[in-house]
Design a protein around this ligand. Structure first.
Ligand SMILES: [Zn+2]
Length: 271
């Protein structure tokens, strides 16, 4: 026993790996030494072998499989989330930030600056909605709604697409999908009054609709649970429910809609 340990210590170099396999502890040391000695040669298969040696291989394999599964089911457009899309997400997140500032270019009456300022997004939205939502220009609309999730990872965009449910071409996708695991907070995009909270009969699953006034509403779909009741006033950023995959959904995500006078429009025009 002690002799083996001594030999292990004395000869703890990659060249003695075959001698150390007899005891699990020293085998891990040997593998660790091997990893350290050639970091550039570590492959996924190699890492799996290492983890198999330490008894965690199955979990690693499951985690990797689960990651692939999640990507497959949360992106109904059947497109992998590649680096380009991540770039797009990152840059759109930046544009959401800057859009709030750019929104100050909208003609605004500063009679009540404490209401309409870049630091008061609901005040800005109120100013924007002095005209009916259908008459708001794209420039004025951009940035007036807040993100319905803490992290927006866009998946399937608004507009025509192949249905992830039926596989048919020509489906009109009425909202913007954001990839999000179940159980995360879904937030009101602006202050308003809850006009619907319940089960949507046409595929939305657990759905909440918030009316922001003058023709503008937002809806939050496929949630695992709703957190508000009809008639309740919500502030911008307030919890309306938890993400999920209820209704016509192929995996956990948030289907977010912006609705102008009962017609869905592209939510990205308002975020
Ligand atoms: Zn959707």
């Amino acid at each position: 026993m002690s002799e083996v340990k001594q030999r292990g210590r004395r000869r703890a170099s990659p060249s003695v790996t075959h001698e150390l396999v007899s005891t699990p502890g020293t085998r891990r040391e040997a593998i660790a030494a091997e990893r350290l000695s050639s970091p550039s040669n570590i492959s996924v298969a190699h890492l799996l072998r290492v983890h198999a040696a330490s008894g965690t291989g199955q979990r690693v394999g499951m985690a990797m499989a689960a990651t692939g599964l999640v990507l497959a089911v949360t992106l109904p457009s059947a497109q992998a989330l590649d680096a380009h899309q991540i770039d797009t997400v990152a840059s759109s997140a930046v544009s959401v930030e800057t859009a709030v500032t750019a929104g100050a270019e909208i003609p605004i009456t500063f009679a009540s600056p404490e209401v309409a300022s870049a630091l008061n997004p609901d005040g800005m939205l109120k100013e924007t909605l002095k005209v009916n939502a259908s008459n708001v220009t794209p420039q004025a609309a951009k940035g007036t709604l807040g993100a319905p999730l803490k992290n927006l990872v866009t998946s399937s965009p608004f507009g025509g697409r192949i249905s992830p449910i039926t596989g048919q071409m020509g489906e009109q996708h009425t909202g913007q999908d954001f990839a999000i695991a179940s159980g995360n907070e879904v937030l009101a995009a602006a202050g308003g009054t809850v006009t619907f909270s319940g089960w949507h009969q046409y595929g939305g699953g657990n759905r909440v609709v918030v009316d922001h006034g003058n023709g503008l509403s937002t809806s939050y779909n496929h949630m695992s649970a709703n957190a508000v009741k009809v008639g309740q006033h919500v502030e911008r950023g307030e919890l309306v429910g938890f993400s999920g995959s209820t209704g016509a959904s192929t995996g956990p995500h948030l289907h977010f809609e912006v609705i102008i006078n009962d017609e869905p429009v592209d939510p990205m025009g308002w975020l």
